[in-house]
Design a binder for this molecule. Structure first.
Ligand SMILES: Cc1ncc(C[n+]2csc(CCOP(=O)(O)OP(=O)(O)O)c2C)c(N)n1
Length: 611
């Protein structure tokens, strides 16, 4: 039996002898590489936090203590150590375990995670709750140096440092966000980091001098005195944290000791842990950015399954083309240059490319400043991460009618990352931003034409929302507000973006069943007078709207509101994601489960037609 096989529930790792810990970490690494190579998932970040997580579980009892993971993409070892080893083959599959902490999955998952930089605030809230209710449990937050670049983490730090609450913040510093970490906060951490050679020296030094305790104590006191008098304090200690570190994040036994010590200090403590992203896997160590989040791969060579063409990549190419002709065009990303397809833009136009760290609120305000002074900023951002910036969209951009462009990637269902990452809400909140024009391309050709419209035909703010992955069977180009793609007499089917493929397929299935469906594609979602939809519904008296967004503020709702006056009564079905909380799974599978695929459209149309 392997050591890992002895661990079947939280706290089992505490029963191991300390000499079993290093071999356990090696076993965990091979398990993760093998398992993620089959399911896909976050590889490099998890390989970097194996020892840290083992040490955490030696010290804390996750079933009662609260370990709050920031982002949560690094929680695989935590899941392995808390009774979920057997479920790893289902990671990120529909009905299987999530790739992020989910309290509904296990009580060991203290809090939902997926978006960066909130863990310190959440942990502090838990500490206050513990104080108020007289609870007896320990709390720690685990946050990466990338997530630490988000302003929210500094709000949490500032408050926690002065709170006096017993809580431990573990800074997992690997000098990487998804790509290399950026900005002043990253620079500050770099200056606090000590070279591995120094850590090795320190370890050896301690081993030798521990046999000479008097000499060790004298040397130590001298060193501490020198440090206190000659070196400035670091930002964390100046804020009010007890700072411990930097600690070698791959020395599991030392980590265990330091964490125990931190917990016993009964104060706000920050433990600075140095780790290596991708540790123990040659290809992930060499290129941690590439192996941050991956699909299935060959575990021996690291070769990844080829990906098809994507809207993101096309967007990146288009941005380069537009930038060649327009010196005012600038691109902004919040630590997602690879995911948003902006890598070649960054290489070709470095002076007009801004990776501002995981700071979506700042990105929008900065775009507003650039727009006010005559530049043409484009902020490329995933739909779910733009949720952070709602106030900035209204306060900084819309109130002045500034022309900033928002390239909203991963709009609609994204699939395997689940609830926290589905782009279910952008249409609703963007629709409420005064003066916002919203485009939704259904093909690469439309992406080009709508990006051009957003850049050069809109006066105020404009958003262009496109999905994860590539185009479907529809390859046309009709960027207008409404286009009738197929004429019919019995029922009106409305959709937009790549979901139009479901509506077109449904129309074919309906035709085979003797029902004639009119298919209308929306290209510009706002503003939109819905004249073609109104005319069609007057004719068919039946409407089905299919979309992969939440119900409130969906196009279905907007159409019904617009048609409420001046249209003869008609029957309708709005197919959407309901409250917008959709679990993980393949996109097609989720469309089926959520009842928005072609078959669901056919069912609704038949119901309306009584056929
Ligand atoms: C608000 C928000 N923006 C962007 C992301 C995408 N994202 C996921 S992990 C990550 C990098 C996190 O870096 P770090 O915290 O250092 O963790 P590491 O992967 O290096 O262990 C980013 C940018 C996110 N999860 N949340």
């Amino acid at each position: 039996m392997s050591i890992l096989e002895k661990i079947n529930a939280s706290n089992d790792v505490k029963k191991l002898k300390s000499e079993e810990l290093e071999p356990l970490c090696a076993e965990i690494r091979s398990f993760l590489i093998d398992s993620v190579s089959r399911t896909g998932g976050h590889l490099a970040s998890n390989l970097g936090t194996v020892e840290l997580t083992v040490a955490l579980h030696r010290v804390y009892d996750s079933s009662r203590d609260r370990i709050v993971f920031d982002v949560g993409h690094q929680s695989y070892t935590h899941k392995l150590l808390t009774g979920r080893r057997g479920a790893f083959s289902t990671l990120r599959q529909y009905g299987g375990i999530s790739g992020f902490p989910k309290p509904y999955e296990a009580e060991d998952d203290a809090f939902v995670a997926g978006h960066a930089s909130n863990s310190i605030s959440v942990a502090l809230g838990m500490a206050h709750a513990r104080t108020l209710s007289g609870g007896d449990y320990d709390i720690c937050a685990v946050i990466g140096d990338g997530a630490m670049t988000g302003g929210l983490s500094f709000e949490g730090l500032s408050n926690a440092a002065q709170s006096g609450e017993a809580m431990v913040v573990i800074l997992n510093d690997n000098n990487m966000s998804i790509a290399e970490n950026v900005g002043g906060a990253a620079k500050m951490l770099q200056s606090m980091r000590i070279k591995p050679a120094y850590l090795n020296f320190k370890r050896r030094y301690r081993r030798i001098f521990l046999h000479l305790p008097h000499l060790y104590r004298f040397n130590h006191a001298l060193k501490e005195w020198l440090k206190a008098h000659l070196f400035p304090e670091n930002t964390f200690s100046e804020m009010g944290f007890d700072y411990l570190g930097p600690v070698d994040g791959h020395d599991v036994r030392m980590l265990e000791n330091v964490l125990r010590w931190a917990r016993e200090m009964r104060a706000p403590v920050l433990v600075h842990v140095l780790t290596q992203k991708g540790r123990g896997c040659s290809f992930a160590e060499k290129d941690p950015e590439r192996y941050h989040g991956v699909g299935p791969f060959d575990p021996k060579t690291g070769e990844l399954a080829p990906e098809g063409e994507s809207f993101s990549a096309r967007f990146g190419e288009l941005m380069c083309r537009f930038a060649e002709a327009d010196g005012k065009l600038a691109a902004i990303t919040a630590a997602m240059s690879g995911g948003t397809g902006l890598e070649s833009f960054a290489a070709r136009f470095p002076e007009r490319f801004y990776d501002i760290g995981i700071a979506e609120e700042h990105a929008v305000s900065m775009a507003a400043g650039m727009a006010k002074q005559g530049m043409l900023p484009v902020f490329a951002v995933y739909s779910s991460f733009l949720q952070r910036s709602f106030d900035m969209l209204i306060h900084d951009v819309a109130l002045q009618g500034l022309h900033a462009v928002f390239a909203v990637d991963r709009a609609g269902l994204v699939g395997r990352d689940g609830e926290t990452h589905q782009g279910a809400f952008d249409l609703s909140f963007l629709s409420t931003v005064p003066g916002m024009t919203i485009y939704s391309p259904a093909s690469f050709a439309e992406l080009e034409s709508m990006l051009s419209l957003a850049l050069y035909s809109c006066g105020g703010p404009a958003a262009i929302r496109y999905p994860r992955g590539g185009e479907g069977a529809y390859r046309g180009c009709s960027p207008e507000a409404e286009s009738v793609l197929r004429a019919g007499a019995d029922v009106t089917l409305v959709s937009y973006g790549v979901m139009i493929n479901e509506a077109l397929r449904a129309a074919e299935l309906l035709e085979a069943a003797g029902i004639s469906a009119e298919v209308i594609k929306l290209g510009r979602l706002r503003p939109n007078g819905f004249d073609a939809v109104r005319a069609s519904v007057r004719k068919t008296k039946r409407l089905v709207v299919a979309e992969d967004v939440c119900d409130f503020g969906s196009m279905g709702e907007q159409i019904l509101a617009a048609l409420a006056c001046g249209t003869e009564p008609f029957s309708s079905r709005l197919l959407n994601l309901g409250d917008g909380i959709v679990t993980h799974g393949g996109v097609e599978e989720l469309r089926r489960v959520c009842g928005i695929d072609a078959e669901a459209i056919v069912r609704s149309a038949r119901e309306l037609c009584g056929a």
